[in-house]
Design a protein around this ligand. Structure first.
Ligand code: F6P
Length: 543
């Protein structure tokens, strides 16, 4: 994969000149003058309708961004990504979460060996195990069927599974799924407090099996369990997902209860592997498989579609446009469904852990902006929280609005209200409200001219706020798989353009080491050298 400083490309130079020309683009005007604008900037693919016409761009912007993608070698990079090349160079690994959703007869080689047979072996194991738990065939140590599952993991070993089990709540079975992630003891104790050890299954998920939070929570849970169950019951109640088999065995989990994963699957992209075991337990293997199928469809779209009609490419280019030219610092993700309430948090890790980098692929400090800040909450709740700032604040916040044509409970009254808000918000963000409109509104309410003039400045909305609308037919395991894969590939494209390694996370590793050092000092009550602020606080904490 080549390394290109994007700012040294011809396309970048042209984009800078073009930006100077259109930075004050008036979207309302663009819509007025170009009746085909909505068609020009909409991509319809399978059950996805993606409209990015309400963004601060023209056809020329799109053309130049596509030139940028060509110039940095995006096409070859995509081939390397899917082909199993070692694109995660700083960790010496391939990046192949896409292989986890490949067809059974596909061939994906890692170090000259086809990994697909092994992927399917693990899928069979996930299927057999989840079906035996759901059906009640596998029982706990007193012969009772399982009622509860606790997923113990953090980061990618938690966020994907928790986001999806919440998102697919409508499809779930009788098993209650709990998640323990934080090393905060209150989290684990609160979770296990009401649980019955006889009917609870514990799934420890840790690729490395060395993560402090997960080991601490697993140890606490095992202790709690051992107080209530005979020693040999652990084999029936604890399973693990990890690529570190010796460490899992040392923890006391039997070999047949270990679900393997591979170093070519990054933590934040691992929900498609056995890390998704709690998803399969929650909604059944067939739904889990449909999720993978959806993601595979998006993979094929990304791999095989021309960049003009390629959803991940177009959405990624837009983020580059805002980040590097408009200097927008953040991007909001607003799903108009309560089911996706954890989606922004999931994307925070996926996007920010991947592209929050300041060193390029040559090891040089970048002289341009990279990863943007991701945040968001579902609509309509967020309309009553932070939308004020998006509408009338001083920051430029490009926002993704994600909605569904059909609701799951088919309550038309509610769904029409929800979607009316969905469409009204993007329209209002585009159109704003002019002084004239405000005046007319007040006059119709009978306010005097002086009263009207006092209030006008506060009621004006400038509009021209960019939004992208992702409208999907229905929230199903398959469409969710597509949606997640859409953002995964967006991350990849951003990383190629920003010329960073998207698949390592050294910044997180540092935090892990620092905490271990301080923990030792706290436990020994012996505070060593720190900056005076930290030292003083540690002493205060220990008093
Ligand atoms: O947050 C850093 C990280 O390394 C993530 O990439 C990963 O998902 C998480 O920690 C958990 O790691 P593990 O699965 O090894 O416990």
């Amino acid at each position: 994969m080549r390394s290109t400083n994007p700012t040294q490309t011809k396309a970048w130079e042209r984009l800078e000149a073009h930006f100077a020309d259109i930075k004050n683009i008036d979207l309302k005007n663009e819509f007025r003058e170009k009746p085909g604008r909505a068609d020009d900037f909409t991509i319809q693919w399978e059950d996805f309708y993606v409209d990015f016409s309400k963004n601060l761009l023209t056809s020329e912007t799109q053309k130049l961004l596509l030139e940028l993608a060509e110039e940095v070698g995006l096409k070859e990079a995509i081939d390397s990504y899917f082909g199993g090349d070692i694109i995660n160079k700083t960790e010496g690994r391939a990046v192949l979460h896409t292989a986890l959703r490949e067809h059974k007869d596909a061939v994906v080689n890692v170090d000259g060996e086809n990994v697909i047979p092994e992927v399917y072996e693990v899928k069979e194991k996930i299927k057999a195990f989840s079906e035996s738990i759901i059906s009640g065939e596998k029982k706990g140590f007193t012969g009772k069927a399982f009622t509860d599952v606790v997923n113990i993991g953090i980061g990618g070993s938690d966020l994907g599974p928790v986001m999806i089990t919440e998102a697919l709540e409508h499809y779930k079975n009788h098993l209650k799924i709990h998640f323990v992630s934080n090393v905060d003891g209150d989290h684990v104790h609160e979770t296990i407090e009401g649980l019955n050890p006889e009917t609870t299954l514990f799934v420890i998920v840790s690729k490395s099996f060395s993560t402090q939070e997960t080991l601490a929570n697993s140890t606490t849970i095992r202790k709690w369990f051992m107080k209530k169950a005979p020693a040999d019951a652990v084999a029936k109640h604890f399973v693990a997902v990890s690529s570190n088999v010796p460490a899992v065995e040392a923890f006391g989990i039997e070999t047949q209860n270990i679900f393997p994963m591979w170093d070519w699957v990054g933590g934040r992209f691992s929900l498609w592997s056995a890390v998704g075991l709690s998803i399969s337990l929650s909604v059944g293997y067939n739904n889990f498989d449909s999720l993978l199928k959806g993601a595979h469809e998006m993979d094929s779209h990304f791999k095989n579609t021309s960049f003009e009609k390629n959803l991940p490419v177009q959405l990624a280019l837009l983020t580059v446009w805002y980040n590097n030219f408009f200097k927008a610092e953040t991007q909001a993700i607003i799903p108009y469904t309560q089911y996706l309430h954890r989606f922004p948090a999931y994307l925070q890790q996926a996007i920010m852990e991947s592209n929050g980098k300041s060193v390029d692929r040559e090891g040089n400090e970048v002289q341009y902006q990279t990863g943007n800040i991701i945040w968001g909450e579902p609509g309509t709740n967020s309309q009553h929280a932070f939308f004020q700032l998006i509408h009338q604040g001083t920051k430029l916040i490009p926002s993704d609005f994600i909605g569904f044509k059909n609701s799951l409970f088919e309550d038309a009254d509610h769904h029409n209200k929800l979607m009316a808000n969905f469409f009204a918000q993007t329209e209002a963000l585009l159109a704003g409200k002019s002084e004239e409109e405000v005046r007319a509104e007040f006059r119709s309410k009978g306010l005097s001219s002086s009263e009207v003039e006092k209030l006008v400045p506060f009621k004006v909305f400038s509009g021209n706020k960019p939004t992208t609308t992702i409208l999907i037919d229905k929230l199903t395991p398959e469409s969710l798989g597509k949606l997640i894969a859409l953002y995964e590939h967006q991350i990849f494209v951003q990383g190629i353009i920003w010329n960073v390694y998207s698949y390592d996370q050294w910044g997180v590793e540092l935090g892990k080491q620092l905490a271990n050092n301080i923990l030792e000092e706290i436990e020994k009550n012996d505070i060593s050298e720190h900056d005076s602020s930290t030292k003083k606080m540690l002493k205060f904490f220990l008093e």
